[in-house]
Write a protein that binds this ligand. Structure first.
Ligand code: GLU
Length: 479
């Protein structure tokens, strides 16, 4: 059996962190089995439809490198892939049910339905529409909803994540298949599409679990084989027991991209949120995920979203790309994250800066705040020197003298490279009798006036002889 999975988002806004796993797991399962992933846009709820949301969904999947085999953009033999363009197909299937007596046209006005509902509420009994089903439904005409005529019974099924499940007749009702406006409900449309698209594994949020008995009844009435059902537990908000939602500030996936999170890290983080392969491994490439993924290791309880972990993982990925693929491979990802002052710097110089700072980055946008002094002279701030915890004890004249000694030492250097600079700095320590924290903090601050900079010899080397000495001189003069 060829594995065919689908990601079926509704274009109601951006894809946030909480729901992108419904794309990742079907992708992994399809790739692992040389199967197919179909992207289907479930846009039948016209009121919730948001202009541009489909593009956001495509953009997110493309960024995460989750390519789909059929769907918008790429097309395929099972199209159209927008449910709004498949109305005739749903109607054809609904008519089959009308003809076989398993569905009926429902002329009941909504006020009447509300009365029934209220009647049940007043009597404190559950409201089931099937108890009020019209006895002699009319012939169906456009503009009339079509409802399923359910047969109350019990079901048993297996959910690949939740295990063996059971339900009683009380959860089955005459659900609407086609709405007044001619659009199908999600409940009906996805059954039809999954069948027409030969989907073998339906993977979606656990919120659909309670409706599953109604879906089983529909499979049965339509003579369809049940696909494998896979309920993905919620991702929980950082606090409490709530599902992570847009209201808790769940950011869109691409917002993280814009903040400098690598797609590799995002995919790694989300795939491992509520799934593990039973080992201690934490860093997975997409290929490794495809290899290791298995449905039976998806956790059946909610996994908590932890942004700190995501950022940690991003730092790991930044280093991994640098170490395994080289500075240029990492540099490709940094384009949008340099400070304004780097505008005219050469690629070569930026790669040098990146090479000495990459292991301190959590997100690529840290480049903006951490590297400014590599591209323009920092503003001299003598108080920053005199207030520094290591330099506080030294008087201004001592600071000035120390700087002058350092300048003299550095001026004499024949070769301005990493090793010669380190040797000169070590000699300076000996000659001045100062601690590294004092001497190096002074030189570091005088070069950068930044809270942090990479190893001093590397900073000096990257800035170059001329700029380094000019900056140290300027500070010595200003004290
Ligand atoms: N359109 C549904 C949603 O966005 C998807 C459910 C499914 O995958 O069947 O929640």
């Amino acid at each position: 059996m060829k594995v065919i999975t689908r990601f079926a988002p509704s274009p109601t806004g951006y894809i946030h962190i909480g729901n992108v796993r419904s794309a990742i797991y079907p992708y992994l399962l399809a790739r692992q089995n040389n199967g197919k992933l179909i992207l289907r846009i479930e846009d039948t709820d016209r009121e919730r439809h948001v202009e541009g949301a489909t593009e956001l969904i495509e953009d997110t999947l493309e960024w995460l490198d989750l390519n789909w085999d059929e769907g918008p953009i790429v097309g395929g033999p099972n199209g159209p892939y927008f449910q709004s363009e498949r109305k005739d197909i749903y109607l054809k299937w609904a008519k089959k049910l009308l003809d076989s007596g398993r569905a009926y046209a429902d002329p009941t006005p909504s006020e009447k339905i509300e009365e029934y509902r209220k009647e049940c509420n007043d009597k404190k009994i559950p409201f089931l529409y099937r108890n009020f089903r019209p006895q002699n439904p009319p012939e169906w005409k456009p503009g009339m909803p079509i409802r399923f005529k359910t047969e109350p019974k019990s079901y048993e099924w297996r959910d690949e994540v939740m295990g063996e499940m059971k339900s009683g007749p009380e959860v089955l009702d005459d659900i609407i298949l086609i709405k007044k406006d001619g659009y199908p409900t999600y409940n009906f449309a996805h059954i039809v599409d999954d069948a027409e698209m030969n989907i073998t594994h339906v993977m979606r949020g656990v919120e659909y679990l309670s409706s599953t008995p109604n879906y089983l009844a529909l499979y049965e009435a339509l003579g369809l084989e049940r696909p494998h059902l896979v309920s993905l537990p919620h991702i929980l908000a950082p606090n409490g027991n709530k599902k992570l939602g847009k209201r808790d500030g769940a950011k869109s996936v691409t917002e993280y991209r814009d903040d400098g999170v690598l797609a590799e890290a995002m995919l790694n983080y989300l795939a491992c949120l509520g799934w593990n392969d039973g080992t201690e491994q934490e860093i997975y490439s997409k290929e490794e995920l495809i290899q290791s993924f298995s449905l039976d290791r998806i956790q059946n309880s909610g996994a908590r979203y932890d942004e700190t972990k995501l950022l940690w993982l991003n730092g790991q990925w930044i280093r991994k790309i640098f170490d395994e693929q080289g500075a240029e491979a990492l540099y490709v990802h940094t384009e949008n994250f340099w400070p304004e002052s780097a505008k005219n710097a050469t690629d070569d110089y930026k790669i040098k800066v990146l090479s000495i700072i990459y292991d301190r980055l959590k997100v690529l946008s840290d480049l903006k705040t951490m590297t400014g002094y590599f591209f323009e002279d920092p503003k001299i701030d003598i108080e920053m020197l005199t207030n520094n915890k290591f330099l506080k004890k030294l008087s201004e004249s001592e600071l000035e003298a120390l700087l002058k000694t350092s300048i003299k030492k550095l001026i004499d250097l024949k070769v301005w490279d990493e090793d010669s600079l380190q040797t000169a700095l070590n000699e300076l320590l000996e000659e001045t009798g100062k601690k590294p924290a004092e001497l190096f903090s002074l030189i570091r601050l005088a070069l950068s006036f930044a809270p942090f900079s990479p190893a001093l010899n590397l900073t000096l080397k990257t800035l170059g002889r001329e700029i380094s000495l000019a900056r140290l001189n300027a500070v010595a003069r200003s004290i």
